[in-house]
Design a protein around this ligand. Sequence first.
Ligand SMILES: [Zn+2]
Length: 285
Amino acid sequence: MTDAAAGNGPDDLYGRLAVHVGQIAAAGGEGRDPVNEPMIRHWCEATGHAVPADGSAPATMLQVWTMAGLSGHTAGTARAGAYDDVLTLLDDAGYTSVVATDCEQEYLRPLRPGDRITYDAVIESISPRKTTKLGTGHFVTTRMDVRANGELSGTHRFRILKYAPAATRKPTAEATRPRPVVNRDNAAYWEGLERHELLIQRCSGCGTLRLPWLPGCNACGSPDWDTVAASGESEPSSATSSCTIRRSPPSTRRTRSPSSSWRRACASSATSRECRTTRSARGCP
Ligand SMILES: [Zn+2]
């Protein structure tokens, strides 16, 4: 990357970025659904909070009502050209990676079932070149104004870092696989693996075995359990009974790692003679 491209020379990248500050990033956006009780309930269940007594949406759901979902906005994304111009300038200067760094929200009025959501967004600021642990780049901040039935109900300020990675490390075999998600419901499972034991949960109420681990028994509802260690032996005739290869649609992101794979395979197989389970499978075409 040249000094000019980095923002230090006469062809000042930062200057060319800064002219976009104050320009429209999205205009005339419409929420896919009005504020509604099922989405409020699902959010509250996922976050472990009670639905507000007055039936309004938790304030932190503000951005939810503007999201497109997997199938996209039926009326378009409302994204304006200025935001794409900023991203293109950064891509062309070598800042091809992106990470969302933080967001801030302000709440002006509760959202209630039936409210119709519209939104606009503006490019609020672009930072001079910064160097972080991830790499060197520019922070781009947008501010979305969210309206309910035309009345401003909150603002959502969203910041990304577009950057050139600090160093390219060749991914190791471990780095290509996600880290395990350890929580209070499955910690003993992972502790067992550290001892080279594959532990299967056994319901204290009805004796049903289960793997992967769950907080309660699907058969009788009991939350009580103990474990049995898999013997490591399986019946020769019951190894793999089915195999599914899932192919995800192409990413809609502007950039992604060329090494990322969108193909996953899973197989139903006999983990041990005690238990059959569905697992990721390696070596599938
Ligand atoms: Zn049970």
